[in-house]
Design a protein around this ligand. Sequence first.
Ligand code: DC
Length: 223
Amino acid sequence: MKKNIVIAIDGYSSCGKSTLAKTLAQKLNYIYIDSGAMYRAVTLYFIRQNVDLISHEAIVTALKDIDIDFDSRDYQSHVLLNGEDVSEEIRQMHVSQLVSQVSAINEVRQSMVKQQQKMGKQKNIVMDGRDIGTFVFPDANLKLFMTADPKTRAERRYKEAQAKGENISLEAVFDNLAHRDFQDTTRLVSPLVRANDAIVLDNTNLNQAEQLAFAMAYLPKNL
Ligand code: DC
């Protein structure tokens, strides 16, 4: 049986991973899966239900009540939390502030990784996240590790927030990114680290077309 194709895109927060992953998926007619959105949806559920983050039991019980799905018809990765479209709310600051802490919880990761691996068995996918090339799909057909200058990343995220009318300062965005980088790279379970066989893509000075061309150039020819 032919194995499904997996393209893994990992990297720091607000590096443009999802933009590249989406365009790549569209170009190749693969399914785009935003693994960060899954951790964000879990975080939102925990906030709403006031789940005690240091209680193993509370976490395991809550995870059983969470169903996460994607409506990926238009590559906009609408995320459904128990059937409710939470795509907008999971991007808001109250979720961003807690998501790194929630995604460092072992039980949460085990549950998400299991679902992600299942998705990769069903379709050809492009998945972005932090541990996709190292842990979720160590045999991925192509692994990219994205990075960019922290100031540039904060400015990009700030512009996005402004366009959405969010009331937040550039400084607060910068601090949130720095804090998440720290938590993501230093956590005990599957920290963010470049896989040995991942290709580094620093997009500080690259536009979207250039990033797509870069990724396409590394795509194995026999796919
Ligand atoms: O990509 P993002 O910023 O939406 O991800 C939100 C958080 O989820 C991020 O702080 C780290 C975590 N995450 C993770 O631990 N593993 C993944 N595969 C994807 C995201």
